[in-house]
Design a protein around this ligand. Structure first.
Ligand code: PLP
Length: 361
């Protein structure tokens, strides 16, 4: 056998939440299975996007527009930036290794929190670069400590805001202070996958830093509020020089025809976005109260999932829930062996979850 290159040995591949079909097949479950494992939108995909997908199917024989002209134009108008500030990916996660391949090498380091979204670590490893992991403070990114971890070799800082799996944010004031002090040659990657769920005045306006010409790359996705996780579509916004560097690493046509039309339609589906936000807000309120009554520690969330601590090996809880047809997510690899990350579902799904937990605990 051909020996793989050394840096590959360090990489542990990402473990996604288990798909419904797999759980049904492996456990031989018959009835309804509820997936609360991957922070998808329980309200389903945007209906406007579904219609656009159906309409576009008949053009599947043609390669898509590799420049994503119309989607970039629409996003640029919506965000108040130029199309040249936008990079579109097959999901936002696809963009992470392109960032590290463009900017990180074995002689460089990137900085992130110890329990930050784990793809930051994988992306650094893919580029054979080092990821310096800074402990969190009260389950939140410690931006002051992250600043201190920056050295002459640092090229990138990754900040998931809100963070997955904690659901916590760094505030406007904290980010302001961070940008006052971060060296200009360090690219700050702000992963805002859950952006559309947030209406807190304390949440930073990251686009302002881009408009001010700062060295920032903002990641957003259609996988969450727009309900298009299965279609795969995400984007990054950054100075044109950064977009040009990433573009050299793109695989041609990685953003397919269906993703592009679905994304365009979803951006116009304000009704679906509002319904999804309202369902999430109501679910959050219900679950806070329910977890409090069950005596469980949870972190108030800015996203569409909750970090819940069970005070014991969470594998047991995960498996018991799974047997009852509810798929959640263990987060041991983030350093939390006692907690589960559980997506906020529909009202009915949340009630079934709490009923199952009540019976179990
Ligand atoms: C912080 C964060 N970034 C990115 C993603 C993935 O997004 P995408 O589906 O666009 O690749 C997730 C998904 O759970 C996430 O939590």
């Amino acid at each position: 056998m051909t020996e793989p290159r050394d840096f590959l040995k360090k990489i542990s591949p990402y473990k996604p939440g288990r798909p419904i079909e797999e759980v049904a097949r492996v456990l031989g479950l018959k009835g309804e299975i509820i997936k609360l494992a991957s922070n998808e939108n329980p309200m389903g995909p945007s209906p406007l996007a579904v219609q656009a997908l159906k309409n576009a199917l008949v053009e599947s024989n043609l390669y898509p527009d590799d420049s994503c002209f119309h989607l970039k134009k629409k996003l640029a108008e919506r965000m108040g930036v130029e199309p040249g500030n936008i990079f579109v990916g097959n999901g936002s996660v696809e963009i992470l290794p392109l960032i590290t391949l463009a900017y990180l090498g074995p002689e460089h380091s990137a900085v992130a929190s110890q329990s930050a979204f784990i793809w930051f670590k994988i992306a650094a490893q893919i580029a054979a670069g080092e990821l310096v992991e800074v402990p969190m403070k009260d389950y939140r990114h410690d931006l002051k400590a992250m600043l201190k971890a920056i050295t002459n070799n640092t090229r990138l800082v990754f900040i998931a805001n809100p963070n997955n799996p904690t659901g916590t944010i760094v505030t406007r004031a904290e980010v302001e202070d961070f940008f006052k002090n971060v060296p200009e040659d360090v690219l700050v990657v702000m992963d805002e996958a859950y952006f559309e769920y947030i209406d807190d005045p304390d949440y930073p306006e990251s686009l302002r830093y881009l408009r001010e010409g700062r060295n920032i790359l903002i990641l957003r996705t259609f996988s969450k509020v727009y309900g298009l996780a299965g279609v795969r579509l995400g984007y990054g916004m950054a100075p044109p020089e950064v977009i040009a560097s990433l573009s050299k690493l793109r695989i041609s046509f990685s953003v397919n025809l269906l993703s592009q039309v679905a994304g365009m339609a979803a951006l116009d589906d304000h009704t679906h976005v509002e319904k999804s936000r309202a369902t999430n807000a109501a679910g959050k309120k219900y679950l806070y109260e329910a977890y409090r009554k069950l005596g469980l520690f949870y972190l108030p969330t800015y996203a569409n999932f909750l970090f819940v601590d069970f005070g014991k090996d969470s594998q047991v809880v995960f498996e018991s829930l799974q047997k009852k047809g509810i798929i959640t997510r263990t987060i041991k690899e983030y350093g939390f062996p006692h907690a589960l990350r559980i997506t906020i579902g529909t009202e009915d799904q949340n009630r079934k979850l709490i009923k199952a937990l009540g019976e179990m605990l």
